[in-house]
Write a protein of this length. Structure first.
Length: 126
């Protein structure tokens, strides 16, 4: 008999303490199942993030799972997703193409050639 049906029967028979215990078990089991589903969702989102490069949804799913039921496996998966996100951000930061684009932007703001600097000095723009 399922936890809810058993609790209903115990309530009907006025076995209230047993009913309360079984209700608590059913609620806890529900949290575990909800947490398991969220962990599974986070795992799938992590796998998709390897191509989409967006770990936010996976991290959010793992965090929700942990609020439902604290589980070491889910915590490890959350840490792995956060680490992968950080590594991706660092990799993007050190991407040579992005670095060249940033260099071009900076060289407009902060001229590096002598002639450009001399013009700015002559115009008293420094």
């Amino acid at each position: 008999m399922g936890g809810n049906c058993l609790a209903r029967e115990e309530d009907r028979r006025k076995k209230y303490e047993e009913c309360i215990k079984d209700c608590d078990k059913a609620v806890e089991r529900g949290r575990e199942l909800h947490s398991d589903a969220l962990t599974r969702k986070g795992t799938a989102l992590t796998k998709l993030a390897k191509t989409s490069k967006d770990y936010e949804f996976a991290i959010e799913a793992f965090q929700k799972a942990l609020t439902e039921h604290r589980n070491p496996d889910t915590l490890k998966k959350l840490n792995d997703a956060e680490r992968a996100k950080k590594e991706l951000e660092q990799q993007e930061y050190f991407d040579p193409k992005l670095a060249d684009e940033e260099w071009e932007k900076d060289s407009i703001i902060f001229p590096t050639s002598y002639g450009t600097l001399q013009i700015l000095i002559d115009l008293d723009l420094t």
